[in-house]
Design a protein around this ligand. Structure first.
Ligand SMILES: C[S@@+](CC[C@H](N)C(=O)[O-])C[C@H]1O[C@@H](n2cnc3c(N)ncnc32)[C@H](O)[C@@H]1O
Length: 341
């Protein structure tokens, strides 16, 4: 295999020198944005735990995520796993090149997670994480950190209701707030998977970046399960889904500070996105002004200003540039946007 060297964060790794879709080992430069944020999230979590943690990068490919955790967060036991033999050879090369210690496994991630327990598991699959979540739920310890990526955004957000039902147990259909449907279906699925093992899930942060959804959260004990399940509600055209909080603002403020400290190449863009998420009100779903058949679409900020002036809660959403989150009920009358009394 021919390689080329790339730099990301504080590491330098080899990746296959070939188009990413034909490469024997996967590396996506677009995901640097998410990997930076993951480094910051793990770093904060680790400061809180104060003991050496066992980290599993379950689907490692080149090893980039795990190697960055070890180099940039530090002082952790790292396990890198991939079932692809070419990936494992490349991981070995990259570990050596970065002069770090790590355990390298060449197993089906599910088998590995059935045998071992971890303090942080990173699941970053091709497509859906659904086939891994049962093993994750077994393997992740209580009060520990979980990060899950999904790239099957069409299924999650309701474009393909049967695929959503098959993978996630929810037959979501496409709504104007489809991106948040995707985030909430994924969180509900993570929660349901953990709940089977008497574990609850406290979401910290959700990201929608290009064709990725990524969810971060803390796995907690069963004492929070009743409260969590009470936040499941029936939504027309989706089904029963978790409608509670999907972010933790105190944690997000710390992530922003951490990203400033790390000073990544894309720090500014990452902080801008996190600030948008921070400002979002905790109200499920959003209205997309561009999809409401308004004759003359008003400015998002003007509507938010007017709603707040009238005593409602309202904010933008990171998920849609023309979206508004509010506790007011908006509807269209004669082509005009009005608040339903
Ligand atoms: C999207 S890539 C991971 C990308 C990587 N996390 C990164 O940040 O660049 C998914 C990887 O999962 C591996 N994989 C797929 N199914 C697997 C399984 N059942 N067990 C272990 N690895 C698997 C593939 O070989 C591939 O390298």
């Amino acid at each position: 295999m021919k390689y080329r060297k790339i730099r990301e964060g504080k590491v330098e790794i080899f990746i296959p020198d070939i188009n990413k879709y034909q490469a024997p080992v996967f590396y996506n430069p677009d995901a640097e944005f998410l990997r930076d944020i993951s480094v910051a999230v793990l770093s904060i979590f680790k400061e809180k735990i104060k003991e050496k943690i066992n980290v599993l990068d379950a689907l490692s490919a080149s090893g980039i995520s795990g190697i960055r955790y070890k180099k940039e967060v530090g002082n952790l036991n790292l396990t890198l796993n991939d079932k692809n033999k070419d990936a494992v050879s490349l991981i070995r090369k990259n570990i050596k090149h970065n002069n770090i210690n790590a355990e390298i496994c060449n197993e089906d991630a599910n088998l590995l997670m059935r045998k071992r327990l971890f303090d942080f598991i990173d699941i970053d699959p091709f497509g859906s994480p659904c086939v891994y979540m049962d093993s994750v739920a077994h393997s992740i310890k209580f009060n520990r950190l979980l990060a899950v990526t999904a790239t099957d955004t069409g299924a999650l957000s309701g474009s393909f209701p049967n695929a959503c039902l098959r993978k996630y147990g929810i037959r979501a259909t496409k709504k104007q707030y489809y991106k948040e449907t995707g985030v909430r279906v994924l969180i509900t699925f993570i929660m349901n998977s953990l709940a089977r093992y008497n574990k609850s899930f406290k979401p910290i942060l959700y990201l929608s970046h290009k064709h990725y959804y990524r969810i971060y959260g803390i796995v907690q004990g069963s004492m929070h399960l009743t409260r969590q399940l009470k936040k499941y509600k029936y939504v027309d055209g989706i089904g029963t889904i978790y409608l509670g909080e999907i972010k933790d603002n105190d944690f997000i403020k710390k992530i922003i500070d951490k990203i400033r400290e790390f000073n990544f190449t894309q720090s500014k863009k990452e902080i801008d996105l996190l600030n948008k998420i921070l400002e979002e009100i905790d109200e499920p779903f959003y209205y997309d002004l561009n999809k409401m058949h308004i004759i003359k679409v008003p400015k998002v900020d003007d509507i938010i200003f007017k709603l707040i002036k009238r005593g409602y809660k309202a904010s933008r959403t990171s998920l849609c540039g023309s979206g508004i989150k509010t506790n007011a009920k908006l509807k269209i009358k004669n082509g005009l946007l009005i608040v339903e009394k």
